[in-house]
Design a protein around this ligand. Structure first.
Ligand code: ADP
Length: 658
């Protein structure tokens, strides 16, 4: 059971696939379609017609290779037109382009084509359209031809004219004596109901010839046929051009030729048409009940597709074309006719988009304007809100800035006050510690002096003191005296220099000489166990110093080096830095050195790294003050256990440069 079901569905799939494949093949295949027109290629209607044809086929899924021929018939010259048609077909044949179907339009092309006796005319299917008066006798000879008769409906067209005209009217048409014109004339006579429209010939000819306006009053509605006679044609046209629009005298197009075109152009009043030629293109045909070009094209495409699908033209009877009521927007405007006064059956063509959708476009315009206004007002409101916010923020910022500025000023004032306060406090503290140090430094030696002096002076104790002890006590008293003296002189020195009480005796000295002099005086002072070296550059550099005070600084360096060095050497040196133009006199030792954290402290008053070390602890403070007043500075480089180097750096100039 299952197997049969599977087989069935498999066969179904194959069948559907084949059908689909066939359908695709059918659609993919390009059909060669030849369209033959009666008039010239420049007629705008044909361009649209060709587009309708292509679009029609495309919509049905047919791919078309389209070629067009234009018979270009100017008048009804039968033989010439047949010859022309035959020639055009031959040209295509020579190009090896054979159509699958021929679509032929209007009476002239249809008649000429069938009369060419070309081989294609019997073998290729032909569909005609827009033919008002098919040649039935001729058509009987062909079983490959089918098509659509555009059968003119004179009565309905006259009804159209009656609807447009506000009074009784004369609808006039030009007719000649050709085969086609005779057919039209017969048709008019057959169709027009005399109880509704008076059928006349040359009704107003008399007035035109006599040129005697005002014309007779028109009491009925006329369908007037004007025969074209060669002898009076210019005369008629000239007169036509004279009739202004106030006369209900309307041109009624029932056939297409140059006489009709010129006649309608010259007529100043409304023009109507019973056929589609030039309707909507010349903008002067106002209305009609006609087979429009889109209808004509659609009908031909439909028939062609039936033939493509395999239907034989012989099985397709010739049908009558569909018609519709149409009016042209431009012509309505020209003759000031409000479309609202016409019945709804009219299709208005050439109506601009705006007019057709007036209500919608107006609504859209109003809505767009409202939207635009809303957007503008929204943007404006947002902008002003933003602006307000911005201004507010700016104002806030400004006031904050001002507050900040006030705060900064206050702060800096407070800072200054603080600095002053701190300086005062520091000074007070300095004074305090200075006094504390002073009392300590003075008290210690004084206690020793007073203590030993009292011992020596007390009659009770002095007897027990041996001579040896007495000598030692005297020595201590002397030592402390010296120390006290040094302390007093140092303090006085420092305060005098610092307060500017003493003026420095600044003179120019050659530095090498000065350093050599200091070296010489210290040779005897430096411990004998130490090497004392002089290391100087011979650059003749001049310095501006107070010799005594400068010597005092270097002497202090040497004295310290001597104090804190037990072995090794002491170097007194000098060099000049030409880049910074500074002279550097230094004392280097191989002594105990100074801890890095103590290197700055040693310049403080009374500071000693070892409380029991010899000295007042004021030496380096004095040195710093002196060098400062000589526009220089002191630098220390030291390593504990290895030694120290104290440099006095002051501005100098090379002698030769001056
Ligand atoms: P003083 O007048 O008592 O010598 P200074 O102000 O000259 O005092 O020196 C202060 C302290 O700096 C000294 O007590 C010592 O601790 C330290 N000092 C100065 N020079 C040297 C040096 N060359 N080597 C090691 N320590 C030094």
């Amino acid at each position: 059971m299952n197997l049969t079901a599977t087989n069935k569905s498999f066969s179904l799939i194959i069948l559907v696939s084949c059908l689909l494949f066939y359908a695709c093949r059918q659609q993919e295949k390009s059909h060669k379609v030849l369209v033959v027109h009666s008039y010239e290629a420049t007629y705008e209607g044909y361009k649209d017609f060709n587009k309708y044809i292509l679009k029609g086929f495309k919509q049905k899924g047919y791919n078309i290779d389209l070629k067009t021929l234009y018979l270009d018939c100017e008048a009804y010259m039968e033989n010439a037109e047949i010859e022309h048609m035959r020639h055009m077909l031959k040209e295509l044949e020579d190009k090896n382009w054979k159509p699958d179907i021929i679509l032929v339009n209007e009476d002239q092309a249809h008649y000429s084509l069938l009369n060419t006796r070309h081989e294609w005319i019997r073998t290729i299917p032909i569909v005609f359209g827009g033919v008002n008066y098919p040649n039935w006798e001729l058509l009987k000879q062909f079983d490959n031809v089918t098509g659509f008769q555009d059968k003119i409906d004179f009565m309905r067209n006259l009804d159209v004219i009656r609807e447009f005209s506000e009074s009784n009217f004369v609808a006039f048409s030009f007719l000649d004596s050709t085969f086609l014109d005779r057919k039209i004339r017969e048709d008019i006579k057959e169709q027009v109901n005399p109880s509704e429209y008076v059928l006349s010939e040359e009704f107003l000819m008399k007035e035109i010839e006599d040129r005697t306006p005002p014309f007779r009053p028109i009491e009925k509605n006329y369908m007037d046929i004007w025969p074209i006679r060669k002898k009076n044609i210019e005369y008629i046209f000239w007169n036509l051009s004279q009739y202004k629009t106030n006369l209900p005298y309307y041109f009624f197009q029932v056939k297409q030729d140059y006489v009709s075109i010129i006649g309608s152009d010259l007529c100043q009043n409304m023009k109507f048409t019973a056929i589609n030629e030039y309707f909507g293109y010349r903008k002067n045909l106002i209305a009609g009940y006609i087979t429009t070009l889109p209808i004509q094209a659609a009908e031909e495409v439909e028939a062609a597709i039936e033939i493509f699908k395999g239907k034989k033209p012989s099985d397709m009877p010739i049908r009558t074309s569909r018609k519709e009521y149409v009016t042209d927007w431009f012509a309505l405007r020209r003759w000031n006719i409000n479309p609202d006064r016409l019945s709804k059956k009219y299709k208005i063509i050439n109506m601009p988009f705006y007019e057709r959708y007036k209500w919608e476009t107006n609504l859209l315009a109003v809505l767009s304007t409202l939207l635009l206004l809303y957007v503008i007002s929204y943007l404006y409101r947002t902008r002003s809100r933003e602006k307000k916010k911005k201004n507010q923020a700016l104002a806030n910022l400004k006031s904050r800035n001002e507050e900040l500025a006030v705060a900064i000023t206050q702060l800096s004032r407070q800072k200054e006050e603080l600095i002053v306060a701190r300086e005062l406090a520091e000074k007070a503290e300095l004074k305090q510690s200075f006094l504390a140090n002073m009392s300590h430094e003075i008290r210690t030696p004084l206690n020793a002096i007073v203590g030993f002096a009292n011992l020596l002076n007390d009659p009770e104790t002095s007897q027990d003191i041996s001579d040896e002890e007495r000598r030692e006590m005297m020595q201590i008293i002397n030592q402390n005296n010296t120390l006290l003296l040094k302390l007093i002189s140092d303090i006085l020195d420092l305060s005098r220099i610092e307060s500017g009480y003493i003026t420095l005796e600044i003179h120019e000295y050659e530095i090498t000489k000065l350093v050599k002099e200091i070296y010489r005086t210290h040779e005897v002072i430096i411990h004998k166990k130490l090497d004392f070296e002089l290391k100087i550059e011979e650059t003749p550099v001049l310095i501006q110093v107070d010799k005594l005070r400068f010597t005092q600084v270097i002497a202090n360096f040497l004295s310290n080096a001597n104090k804190f060095t037990t072995k090794g050497k002491i170097t007194l040196g000098y060099y000049f830095n030409p880049e910074s133009r500074e002279a550097c006199v230094y004392v280097e030792d191989t002594g105990i050195g100074i801890e890095p954290d103590q290197q700055k402290m040693i310049f403080s008053r009374f500071y000693k790294t070892n409380e029991f070390a010899q000295g007042t602890g004021l030496g380096l403070s004095i040195c710093q003050v002196i060098i400062g007043r000589l526009n220089g500075r002191i630098e220390v480089a030291s390593e504990p256990g290895k030694g120290s180097r104290f440099s006095a750096i002051i501005p100098g100039t090379i002698k030769e440069e001056r």
